[in-house]
Design a protein around this ligand. Structure first.
Ligand code: F6R
Length: 610
């Protein structure tokens, strides 16, 4: 949700900034801008639209500056436009800033500044912050001091970069709530929202903590808190492989990430699955094993796709480990007066590790005394660092805005977690072995589904012109129905709803007619017959049914309009397979509409605002 980057070094800043912006474009892409120092003056170039628009804008200008800051935006205050794009100037035109986050008290600050005679010309919260920093600079004549003073008056979240023409060899970065990483290169420094923008120069990084700032110049950097106390630094090495963040011959990252799933599911099990003795080894939970053994209740909290994974987690853990589980939207959990008891354990699930609501929920649970554990993809992310212990899903960078491989890796990890907890609480070895063996087969089974891509594409073609769609499933497949519907609506903008199949008759059945495709996940399990009855109810009302069914189910062909077969597995692992055709269906439905599937409108990859 907005990507920011700052550079200082020997190279032309503009090249580093533009490369960095492109690597972070998935964080926001409604406008972008850069700010560099040319002939002792700050020059800002900014443009509505994707980064290619900005590229076009600056093509032909040879910026020589060795320092600069830049931004790619996901609008919060003020529509996407050239004026509202970042960077923003203060009133003197000597200071420019870029910002990721929300200044909650910007109206109050704006009123005060305007009374003092300062001018604010855009509806953005960021311009208010720029003008506030400028107002402080008028008094203290020192950029880091001015930033500190301004931030002491700010409520809300920020990843902030500021530069000043009066202090041409430095920039200041500060964070609260929004991520910032400092990259330490040879005679150069980059600060960015994301490692993806940093690896062009270095893999040595420092993750800034909340309420920390860093003042960077050509000779080095100083970190401190935003209240000017000194802080300790920890230099870490990014585990990042550049090829992982290229499209690798695919048209879109989403398609590449869908195809990576045999490998990413394998990676989520690597070193964990002990199929010979039916056990699971989760090194990241070793330090909290005793507490897990005593757990009376588990709460899982997350947003979006990660929340769908949490719902599957609930079914898995209750069934295998017999521990009561509650699943909460992080955005609700953080504000309602949730009761946390002694021996409750809270798991937070997040691909990015930066989702503001999930982070806030983790903090809320921690503050109420719960043991908070993470299931996270982005190594070193804020949630990974804020949680006591956890399990990385090891899916690698997920760039496509619609989450795909992270979901199947989350499910793979949750299944292993459920077996791990189950084995602590009486699950017998044989059951453990059976499940571990079934998990081992998943990568090959996913591959088999991917080989049916052409058939799935044809079904997507048959959906041309469709305006609404229902997704239905029961048991483990109910969250898959929710996820299938989310995938379709977020990238194709076709309205889609997911329901537990049996709920259909309590209302949604009124929507069924010949124009409404209904996608059923109808795989072999103990409620298969009931799902078939639900399909019959739809067919009786002229609905068009697309079924995801288990291989070998010949009977279903006679009832539904289209079938996509997936290999047979144990019911609790079905979601990991059943979601793959749904991902492909959405991908091709969006492609048929000529949409940019990696950058759906209004969305951003990591939602670092409330
Ligand atoms: C949907 C999607 C979002 C995210 C949600 C949580 O495809 O990607 O719904 O799942 O914003 O993000 P993380 O998992 O990064 O906390």
């Amino acid at each position: 949700m907005c990507g920011i980057i700052g550079y200082i070094g020997e190279k032309k800043a503009v090249n580093i900034l533009m490369t960095g912006l492109k690597m972070m474009e998935y964080r926001g892409y409604d406008s972008s801008g850069i700010s560099v120092l040319e002939d002792d003056k700050i020059v800002i170039k900014k443009k509505k639209g994707k980064i290619s628009e900005l590229e076009h804008e600056i093509a032909g200008t040879d910026f020589l500056s060795n320092i600069g800051i830049a931004h790619t935006r996901w609008a919060t205050h003020g529509e996407p436009s050239d004026e509202n794009a970042h960077p923003h100037f203060d009133n003197s035109g000597k200071i420019s800033i870029v910002h990721n986050g929300i200044i909650e008290n910007y109206q109050t600050l704006k009123t005060t500044l305007e009374k003092e005679g300062y001018k604010i010309s855009t509806p953005t919260d960021t311009e208010v912050l720029a003008v506030l920093i400028g107002a402080k600079y008028d008094i203290v004549k020192n950029l880091d001091h001015a930033v500190r003073l301004a931030l002491s008056e700010v409520e809300g979240t920020f990843g902030l970069l500021a530069m000043c023409s009066e202090e041409p060899d430095k920039f200041v970065a500060a964070r609260r709530g929004s991520p910032l990483v400092l990259g330490i290169g040879d005679d150069e420094y980059i600060v960015a929202s994301d490692n993806a923008a940093i690896i062009q120069a270095t893999k040595r990084v420092i993750y800034l903590r909340d309420n920390e700032m860093v003042v960077v110049d050509k000779d080095g950097f100083i970190t401190k808190t935003i209240t000017n106390e000194s802080t300790k630094i920890k230099v870490e090495e990014i585990e990042y492989n550049e090829s992982e963040i290229q499209k690798g011959g695919y048209d879109y990252f989403m398609l590449k990430e869908i195809h990576e799933q045999p490998e990413t599911v394998r990676n989520a099990c690597r070193g964990r699955l002990m199929s010979n003795d039916g056990n699971i080894k989760l090194g990241g939970l070793h330090s909290v094993e005793d507490k897990l053994r005593k757990a009376k209740r588990i709460i899982i909290t997350a947003c979006g796709t990660s929340w769908h994974a949490a719902l599957v987690g609930e079914y898995l853990i209750e069934s295998m480990a017999k521990i009561p589980v509650e699943v909460e939207y992080a955005s609700e959990f953080r504000y309602r007066d949730a009761i946390i008891e002694k021996d409750d354990i809270v798991f937070v699930i997040s691909q990015s590790g930066e989702t503001a609501d999930t982070l806030a929920a983790a903090k809320e649970a921690k503050q109420k005394g719960a043991l908070v554990l993470g299931i996270v993809n982005a190594v070193g992310s804020t949630i990974a660092r804020e949680t006591e212990a956890g399990i990385y899903i090891h899916a690698g960078p997920e760039i496509g805005v619609a989450s795909t491989k992270a979901f199947t890796s989350q499910l793979t990890v949750l299944t292993q977690l459920a077996i791990y907890l189950g084995r602590m609480r009486g699950m017998n070895q044989l059951d453990g072995k059976k499940l571990a063996t079934a998990i081992e087969q998943l990568p090959d089974q996913i591959q088999q589904i991917l080989e049916r891509e052409e058939d799935i594409k044809k079904i997507a073609d048959s959906m041309k012109g469709v305006k609404n769609c229902l997704y239905l499933g029961r048991g483990y497949n109910y969250p898959v129905a929710l996820e299938g519907a989310l995938k379709l609506k977020e990238i194709s903008y076709i309205h889609a709803e997911g329901y537990p199949a049996a709920e259909m008759k309590h209302g949604p059945i009124a929507l069924i007619d010949e124009d409404m495709p209904v996608v059923f996940i109808a795989t072999h399990d103990e409620i298969y017959d009931k799902v078939i009855s639900n399909i019959e109810e739809v067919k009786a009302r002229n609905g068009k049914v697309i079924a995801i069914a288990s291989e070998g189910d010949e009977q279903i062909k006679n009832i539904v309009d289209k079938v996509i077969y997936i290999p047979e597995t144990v019911p609790c692992l079905t979601p990991i397979l059943a979601v793959i055709p749904l991902q492909l269906l959405s991908y091709y439905a969006a492609l048929n509409l000529g949409l940019d599937v990696d950058k759906p409108r209004n969305l951003a990859k990591s939602v670092t605002v409330e």
